[in-house]
Write a protein that binds this ligand. Structure first.
Ligand SMILES: [Zn+2]
Length: 328
């Protein structure tokens, strides 16, 4: 693997001083990859045609995204067996030959996401093929948010709610400020924070009522304390949320992390379902929306044009009620 890694490494980031920031490095890296990797260039060409539609719901808003270059037939079948038999596309040995990486703190590969939803969309894969789970890796998740700085937000999809590779630990990063929930929290509009319910000092863990789905806001300025508070929260959530197929593994959730230069902000979206029931229909009522972290944060990707055209506030509110886990 050492040789393979060396050949693929565009740059390394170890957090040393006097080196380019991770944000600058990543932006330059993606520009370079668009020149040297035709598949990524095509994906970015197609991204420029993305259409969007903002929908104001009760207390919050969402942005629908439709990329005509990526439109899919709503009746196309996706077999889970096919997916489970494919070679892991995050393992270094299986990456396309043109795909390069930034080696991050000897542990993760920062990669251009070959299916970007927004410009500068990164996939961040662990160097080893280890299962997707965030609690045990919360420190590096937060460290990454600080290393990227305020310009990027780090994203996590649980293995049963949106992760494209549930068997290989990975995060994503996107430029900050595009997901509606970020603005709603900054503006402190449309929601009422509950009192902090953590046992960890100097960390605040609050529910944000009024955003149409359960959003947990965890804030603090110390990584070990934040990680401890997050693990406490997940432990409590596991008591009330048993995922389908048994209680093994972490409770269903998506999460984001950002750092403003002093304080970390973690958002957790507890989940009760991976997809709305309408996803599985085979008639005109089929809704081809598969909510993952971006959808929970307010960017809803509609691969089918008819969903982009017909979704309205009531349908969005109902979608969130169906997949979000709301508890006391
Ligand atoms: Zn893998």
């Amino acid at each position: 693997m050492a040789e393979e890694l060396r050949d693929r490494t565009y740059a390394t980031f170890d957090g040393e001083e006097d080196t380019p920031s991770l944000e600058e490095l990543s932006r330059n890296f993606l520009s370079e990859q668009q020149k040297s990797w035709p598949e990524l260039r095509l994906a970015y060409d197609s991204l420029r045609g993305t259409r969007y539609r903002d929908i104001v719901c009760n207390g919050f808003s969402v942005r629908l995204l439709f990329n005509p270059g990526r439109a899919v037939n709503t009746t196309a079948a996706v077999s889970p067996e096919k997916i489970s038999q494919r070679p892991c596309f995050l393992c270094i040995a299986n990456l396309p030959v043109e795909q390069k990486c930034i080696l991050y703190r000897h542990e993760f590969l920062i990669l251009g996401n070959p299916r970007p939803v927004v410009p500068f969309h990164l996939t961040i894969a662990h160097m080893r093929h280890i299962p997707q789970a965030v609690a045990a890796h919360m420190e590096i998740f937060l460290r990454m948010a600080a290393d990227f700085g305020p310009g990027f937000t780090i994203l996590y999809n649980g293995p049963r709610c949106g992760a494209s590779a549930p068997d290989h630990l990975h995060f994503q990063a996107v430029p900050s400020g595009q997901m509606p929930v970020e603005k709603e929290i900054d503006g402190r509009k449309g929601f009422t924070p509950t009192v902090s319910r953590t046992r960890v000092t100097d960390v605040s863990v609050r529910g944000l009522a009024g955003l149409g789905r359960e959003v947990i806001l965890i804030e603090g300025d110390d990584v070990p304390r934040l990680a401890a508070a997050f693990r406490d929260y997940v432990h409590d959530l596991a008591d009330v949320s048993t995922p389908p197929g048994g209680s093994a593994g972490e409770p269903m959730m998506n999460a984001t992390a950002s750092f403003d230069g002093r304080t970390w902000r973690l958002l957790v979206f507890p989940r009760r379902a991976h997809r709305p029931a309408a996803f599985y229909r085979d008639d005109d009522a089929r809704l081809l929306v598969s909510p993952a972290v971006m959808e929970m944060a307010g960017i809803i990707v509609t691969p089918a044009e008819r969903d982009f055209d017909r979704l309205d506030a009531a349908a969005i509110e109902s979608l969130y009620r169906e997949v979000s886990f709301i508890h006391d």
